[in-house]
Ligand binder design. Structure first.
Ligand SMILES: *[C@@H]1O[C@H](CO)[C@@H](O)[C@H](O)[C@H]1NC(C)=O
Ligand SMILES: *[C@@H]1O[C@H](CO)[C@@H](O)[C@H](O)[C@H]1NC(C)=O
Length: 514
């Protein structure tokens, strides 16, 4: 009885004792997947009674209660012109080109964002916010917004942790087993992969510190002239929410102000409808689902690659569901094409055998959630790493887009269809991802409200915040120890050579004169 009363009281508190707060969310980056993640979290917070203002290029068409959209105009046009055409060849760029490409694009995106009339109006309004949630994609300068509103800020990382988030919280991430942002290796690296990773991780850190942060500091000065130096704003970040989980990627160390919420966006699957349902229900021999995400458009795929893909599908012993913007004349009988498909509901279908994907974080998370093995064709950013991890843990196979052909794609799909280990491993990962003390979305909500309850959460910061880079790396300690070793070695050396000289020359002279 007592237990029941406590439980009821607890549930009552969960429902009723929520202070309604004003939350400002900045999801400026013109990437649909970032907005799906952000809006899922913010809609959940709106249902808790918080008042949400969401700034993004993707306003909802229908009204959501307690949730106001502010549209960033011009951003999607910028993306179509400057980012999308590059995506298709991004996997051929060198690591250095990927870095400079990202820095340049991020700068242009931020300036476009801060010059948007709606954003200017927001900054000139007298609105009060209790919290700012900021999407993180090389946009340190936008911390100026939180400073402008004198509000605590939570950073949200769509791709999980990387060097860009680790630097905020001084999270330990050794180059020996944590791959860099653009890595094509999993966490489990051979000697030469570690050598490569160490070199590029260090290069990335240096370029980020001396190129990106300088660019950001300039933007900050220009748009927020009263803001303190960038580093101070970075140090004032309350929490980092990471769209990752050890069910999706290999386990990594995290300091207490980094919170893993990966999997939170996956909604309960619903039953499919109409033609699609019929096609998949009748696929008793199984079907594969093919989708390259929201960034790689069919119109950007070269003709010859398209022909290879269609030919591969035709030869398969299973049906194929293809998310694609165009419709063909001579589509093979076993293939169904649709521009819009409910991805999670398709992945939850019992007849699915495999998912051919670009390897973005949302797609791989949803596939793992439903225990579906992958065939990955990665293009950019974390996609390479996500697929490398799938290959390493044997729930996926990788196909290089450059060498994609009837043979390579066909072999990869048949391998996954015929070897049961991929499906079994995917099911195992699914259990790991779902077996958590709190549902990922509830965990995310808890930490967001926690940051507001404590007006920031600087008490979670480790003492590493007080150390400079050389102290953090113990270079001062190593220096002192080396100094002592060198000093005593020198003392011993000179003492011995002094003693040696005292005796040796005499004996030499003696031997000469005698
Ligand atoms: C909107 O917020 C109010 C409190 O601010 C709350 O009572 C109401 O239930 C919320 N609406 C929805 C749809 O959750
Ligand atoms: C640091 O964060 C607190 C809330 O967490 C905020 O009140 C304060 O204005 C911030 N300081 C700076 C310099 O932005």
């Amino acid at each position: 009885m007592q237990a029941l009363r406590t439980l009821l009281l607890f549930i009552f508190c969960l429902i009723c004792c929520v202070n309604s707060e004003n939350i400002l969310a900045i999801f400026h980056f013109p990437c649909k997947s970032h907005h799906i993640l952000g809006s899922t979290l913010l809609k959940a917070l709106a249902r808790r009674g918080h008042q949400i203002t969401m700034v993004s290029p993707f306003p909802f068409r229908t009204q959501v209660e307690n949730y106001t959209d502010i549209e960033i105009t011009g951003m999607l046009e910028y993306k179509e012109k400057n980012i999308v055409p590059k995506f298709i060849n991004a996997h051929t760029l060198s690591m250095y080109d990927k870095m400079t490409f990202s820095i340049k694009n991020s700068k242009e995106v931020i300036e476009l964002f801060l010059n948007t009339p709606n954003v200017k109006a927001l900054l000139n309004s007298n609105k009060k916010y209790d919290l700012v949630i900021l999407n993180w994609a090389m946009n340190e300068a936008l911390l100026g917004i939180a400073h402008h509103f004198r509000a605590p800020v939570i950073v949200f990382s769509s791709i999980g942790s990387s060097q860009l988030t680790n630097k905020i919280t001084r999270n330990p991430a050794p180059y020996s087993y944590i791959p860099n942002l653009f890595s094509i290796y999993p966490d489990d690296m051979t000697f030469f992969q570690r050598l490569n990773n160490a070199f590029w991780s260090l290069t990335f850190d240096i370029v980020d510190r001396f190129v990106n942060e300088n660019v950001q500091e300039e933007i900050l000065k220009k748009f927020f002239p009263n803001a303190p130096p960038l580093q101070e704003l970075i140090d004032n970040v309350s929490l980092v929410l990471l769209n990752s989980h050890y069910g999706i990627e290999s386990p990594r160390p995290y300091v207490p102000n980094m919170i893993e919420i990966g999997g939170f966006h996956v909604e309960e699957s619903k039953e499919l409808k109409g033609e699609l349902k019929e096609f998949l229900d009748k696929a008793t021999e199984g079907f594969i689902f093919f989708s390259l995400g929201t960034n790689v458009k069919s119109s950007h795929l070269p003709e010859e690659k398209l022909a290879e893909i269609v030919k591969t599908f035709k030869n398969l012993p299973v049906k194929v569901l293809w998310k694609f913007e165009e419709h063909f004349q001579n589509l093979p009988k076993n293939v169904m094409v649709n521009e819009w498909l409910p991805q999670t509901d398709v992945l939850a279908h019992p007849n699915i055998k495999a998912f051919v994907t670009h390897g973005g974080r949302l797609s791989t998370t949803e596939a793992i959630h439903y225990g579906v093995p992958l065939i990955g064709i990665p293009f950019f950013s974390d996609q390479e790493y996500n697929i490398a991890d799938g290959v390493n843990k044997e729930y996926g196979v990788k196909v290089d887009f450059t060498t994609l052909s009837v043979e390579t794609l066909g072999n990869a799909i048949n391998e996954v269809l015929n070897n049961p280990k991929y499906g079994e491993n995917a099911k195992r990962r699914s259990k790991v991802l779902r077996d958590t003390p709190l549902k990922a979305l509830d965990n995310a909500i808890f930490w967001v409200e926690y940051a507001m309850r404590h007006h920031g959460a600087t008490h979670l910061q480790t003492a590493a915040y007080k150390l400079s880079a050389y102290q953090l790396l113990l270079l001062d300690v190593v220096g002192l120890v080396l100094g002592i070793v060198i000093f005593f070695s020198a003392v011993v050396y000179f003492t011995i050579s002094y003693i040696y000289r005292m005796f040796k020359p005499k004996s030499k002279k003696k031997s000469k004169t005698s």
